[in-house]
Design a protein around this ligand. Structure first.
Ligand code: ZN
Length: 170
């Protein structure tokens, strides 16, 4: 039950939970990729493990009155057996750079809807400028989504076989 709860909270489809450990900065879920084959992004053929030494720790969840849950994920470099291309595997929900996961950013943005950016920054111990950047990135994406919706005409059909095009928005 407890294990199931942790797995659902982690919610990163590429991984399974190996262990939860407590470190000086909080709890860390040690994650292990579920076995699968990584196909070459260039030629689509099979690949082999190239480099596997590095691991990254990212902030993942904010739990009120408890603290943060971090995740530790490995950095996988693969090499194509056909064209010899080497690349690093991109995990779903884990950006290739930075110290937080997509879910963490989302949680920060959600908190910004309810509190001032400065107070969110203080509570989460994230620099104000970072919170601001994540918030405006999210806002920009929202505007883009809205824009896409507005330029896509919607066809509305009526029972009598009559139909016309409605451009939503303006
Ligand atoms: Zn290849």
């Amino acid at each position: 039950m407890y294990h199931q709860f942790i797995i659902e909270m982690i919610d990163l489809p590429d991984f399974k939970l190996r262990q939860m450990v407590k470190r000086s900065y909080g709890w860390v879920a040690l994650l292990e990729p579920t076995p699968r084959c990584f196909l070459c992004p260039i030629c689509g053929r099979k690949s082999i493990a190239h480099k596997r030494q590095k691991k990254r720790t990212l902030r993942h969840r904010v739990i009120p009155h408890f603290g943060f849950i971090h995740v530790e994920v490995p950095v996988y470099h693969q090499q194509c057996t056909t064209c010899l291309h080497v690349w690093s595997v991109q995990w779903q929900g884990v950006p290739q750079h930075g110290k937080v996961t997509d879910l963490f950013k989302k949680a920060v943005v959600t908190l910004c809807h309810e509190s001032a950016l400065q107070s969110v920054a203080n509570t989460l111990r994230v620099p104000y400028t970072t919170v601001e950047r994540w918030y405006y990135q999210w806002a920009e994406e929202e505007v883009e989504n809205l824009h896409t919706m507005r330029t896509d005409p919607t066809v509305v059909c009526f029972g009598g076989g009559m139909s016309f095009t409605v451009v939503t928005g303006e």
